[in-house]
Design a protein around this ligand. Structure first.
Ligand SMILES: [Zn+2]
Length: 140
């Protein structure tokens, strides 16, 4: 199966990624002000360590945002260098449908599922560690 991505499709994905990036930045601002409002609301069921909870929630948010932002930037870079849309494991085209649903994806559905299972097994043994698989040699 060979599926080529037209410049129009890549442009569509680039715009999608950029709008997601803008969205993410917007949302993180809203989340932060929302957090402050909730902290200021008296009579919340969490009486103890409200501060601690708020801080950890915010840190978690920032972590996730940073992660997502890195994925978005990475995807845009792949569009620029022409590797976008191909599975980084098997180098097969990921498919337009899947890319539209998840523009940042770097794996085809089979490898994604395989990797998730491997990670789950790995995490059970070594939580917090990530073992990279053998890098494939790509001709640029
Ligand atoms: Zn694959």
């Amino acid at each position: 199966m060979s599926e080529d991505y037209s410049p129009e499709f890549l442009e569509e994905m680039r715009q999608e990624l950029e709008s997601q990036r803008a969205d993410l930045i917007n949302r993180s601002r809203i989340a932060r002000s929302d957090l402050r409002e909730r902290e200021a609301t008296p009579g919340d069921s969490i009486d103890e360590s409200t501060d601690e909870q708020g801080t950890s929630t915010e840190m978690h948010l920032k972590d996730r945002e940073r992660n997502l932002l890195a994925q978005i930037n990475d995807a845009v870079r792949r569009i620029d260098n022409g590797t976008y849309g191909y599975c980084e494991e098997c180098e097969e085209p990921i498919g337009k449908g899947r890319l539209r649903a998840r523009p940042m994806t770097t794996l085809c559905i089979e490898d994604k599922e395989e990797k998730e299972q491997a990670q789950r097994r790995h995490h059970a043994k070594h939580p917090g560690m990530f073992s990279p698989t053998n890098p494939t040699n790509k001709k640029m």
